[in-house]
Ligand binder design. Structure first.
Ligand SMILES: Nc1ncnc2c1ncn2[C@@H]1O[C@H](COP(=O)(O)OP(=O)(O)OP(=O)(O)O)[C@@H](O)[C@H]1O
Length: 588
């Protein structure tokens, strides 16, 4: 395997524009607008209750200054107690409501992103690498979810507090509000600089994280090949370079954040100084009491926390926005527009002049013509790398040809709705997967409504009954990862049983007999024959006994059909198949 060095800035999936991201967020928020309204109302009530506390404290100062009676303290103390209680109760209620709505919105968004991720055109995933996709559905979802849980409730609380506290200051005396506003230019200066500078930094940071994930996935996913070809140092270097880039970008964003905070502190200093100065002047000329000046200073100090939180949140919001744009980016990738098309009438599969290449790589299938007639079993044979698996994926509509057409019953597969296509054509790849869960759940993935009897019948056809009947809890046995272990042959049989349940007219099978051992392989061959009976089938035959049982054999070499015909005729001839057949016989 040649492992060309990947450029660190490789193509990744698209990132949505801020507008597209807002549209996606709004789409997820819309069904929850009642909840959002209620949460807003409760949060506003909480903040309003808090506004009563500084003037009540101011009143206490005034009473103390003129040595008033203890009875005069009762009213302000009651106000403080009630306001504190309301703040506590309504505050936690509002918080709960916001978090609840946030979770619902996040769930809706995550579901849409995941379902779109599963529909992404294979070519797009090949081009951008699975690491980027994994990083988006893990890191970026985490980032947005953290923001919705923490940042959004705080952001709302902070915004309400700032606005309503300024109203409170103005209610005491408009000059206090004016003094408080002196700090604003510093905040705006900080915030504007940050909102302009930070977004590209965060986007770049996330992109570097995506590249690092990709490098890790490639190294760990292909660990055996990496070891076998002594590619460790090269992969380590690549992971190291990607990590270094992610680290450098993280530090750059952290530096920007530190700058931002220093401007905020300048704002706090100026604002508090101005309010105290105005307070002193107003008390001096008798237009305000000492208590009112105290209340004004308390009001302004109350702003520290929310403004600080806004700063923090601006930081988190920027970061979450970058993640949201990456998630929404997945939603912007057009899924192949399949108009629906007329469902195919006959299970006839034809490939006409099909050409294909992976991502930006060279062409690996060079103009293949192939017809599988209804009910016919055609075996694809050829040496490793000839293009058999690729051709099977093209026939199943997983890849789209760059030229030529794949037709099902005369209808171009590219025009067929995916669900219609899957109903008619099923693909069983070499990498069969037994999903964690009970055996029945695993099988019902193919046909959700199937009864236990139907499941058992399908297992019977796939030749799996002998071992399934011995399972401790039969169909309810948990199989796969963390459950009852299944062998490679058993996993294949489960896949074949799923195929029988799905009951497609056309089956495309990439035979995985390589690791099965010869006894297991013979077992599977019989299972396969039974499952394929009556169906149109295209088989990637790694074992020539499978090819010998087919109606027709197509020999592929270097992405081209070099020979085709009935297996016994070809075996008796002198062409490439006869050569493969003799080598196979000799090697048995
Ligand atoms: N995901 C991929 N990305 C890039 N190139 C690929 C990919 N999969 C296969 N190829 C290349 O396409 C060509 C055909 O490969 P393919 O797997 O279809 O051959 P095959 O005949 O099925 O081989 P095998 O019998 O070993 O499975 C090979 O040159 C291979 O390196």
């Amino acid at each position: 395997m040649s492992a060309p060095d990947l450029p660190l800035e490789q193509a990744t999936l698209p990132v949505a524009t801020p507008r597209q991201a807002r549209r996606e967020l709004w789409r997820a928020l819309r069904p929850e607008r009642l909840g959002v309204g209620l949460a807003f109302a409760v949060l506003a009530a909480t903040v309003t209750a808090g506004l009563f506390i500084p003037p009540a404290l101011g009143r206490i100062v005034d009473v103390a200054e003129r040595s008033g009676t203890p009875a005069e303290l009762v009213a302000p103390l009651v106000v403080i107690t009630v306001a504190t209680l309301v703040q506590g109760v309504a505050g936690s209620g509002g918080w709960y409501l916001v978090v609840r709505v946030g979770e619902k919105v996040l769930a809706a968004l995550r579901e849409r992103v995941l379902s779109r991720a599963l529909q992404l055109p294979q070519a797009e995933v090949e081009r951008s690498g699975t690491g980027d996709l994994v990083s988006r559905v893990s890191n970026d979802v985490d980032q947005v979810s953290e923001a919705l849980r923490e940042a959004v409730p705080q952001l709302l609380w902070a915004a309400f507090t700032v606005v309503l506290t300024l109203v409170g200051l103005a209610a005491l005396d408009w000059r206090f509000a004016l003094a408080g506003l002196v700090s604003m230019p510093f905040y705006v200066w900080a915030a504007r600089g940050y909102t302009v500078v930070a977004p590209p930094l965060y986007t770049a940071e996330r992109a570097a994280e995506g590249v690092r994930s990709q490098a890790l996935v490639e190294t760990l996913g292909g660990v055996e090949t990496v070891r076998a070809f002594l590619l460790g140092p090269r992969h380590l270097r690549r992971v190291g370079e990607a990590s270094e880039m992610a680290r450098r970008r993280r530090i750059r964003t952290a530096d920007t954040t530190a700058w931002f905070f220093s401007r905020i502190h300048l704002g706090e200093l100026t604002g508090t100084g101005s309010v105290l100065l105005v307070g002193a002047l107003l008390v001096g000329d008798g237009s305000a009491t000492l208590g009112e000046a105290t209340a004004a200073a308390l009001y302004f100090i109350r702003l520290y926390d929310p403004v600080g939180a806004l700063v923090n949140l601006l930081d988190e919001a920027q970061s979450a926005t970058a993640s949201l744009r990456r998630l929404a980016g997945i939603l912007q990738v057009p899924v192949e527009a399949r108009a629906g098309g007329e469902p195919p009438v006959a299970p006839r599969l034809s490939l006409e002049g099909v050409r294909f290449g992976y991502a930006d790589g060279p062409e690996v299938v060079h103009g293949v013509d192939l017809v599988v007639r209804p009910g016919e079993h055609v075996a694809l044979v050829g040496s490793s790398g000839a293009g058999k698996t690729t051709l099977a994926a093209l026939a199943a509509g997983i890849h789209e040809p760059v030229a030529g057409r794949v037709l099902l019953g005369g209808c171009p597969v590219a025009d067929l709705d995916r669900d219609v296509l899957r109903e008619h054509v099923a693909l069983v790849t070499q990498e069969v997967h037994v999903f964690a869960g009970t055996l029945a759940q695993d099988l019902r993935l193919a046909r959700p409504g199937a009864t236990d009897e139907e499941l058992l019948a399908a297992l019977e056809v796939a030749g799996a009954r002998p071992w399934v009947d011995l399972l401790p809890e039969g169909l309810s046995t948990v199989v796969g990862e963390g459950g009852h272990p299944v062998t490679a042959v058993q996993a294949q049989q489960v896949a074949l049983a799923r195929l029988a349940l799905r009951d497609p007219a056309v089956a495309i099978l990439d035979e995985a007999t390589a690791e099965a051992g010869s006894a297991g392989a013979r077992h599977l061959e019989r299972s396969m024959e039974r499952v394929l009976e009556g169906r149109t089938a295209l088989l990637v035959a790694h074992r020539l006994t499978t090819a010998a049982a087919a109606d027709r054999v197509v020999v592929l070499e270097h992405g081209r059909v070099v020979e085709e015909g009935a297996p016994e005729e070809l075996a008796a001839g002198t062409g490439p198949y006869a050569e493969l057949w003799r080598a196979w016989q000799a090697g048995r």
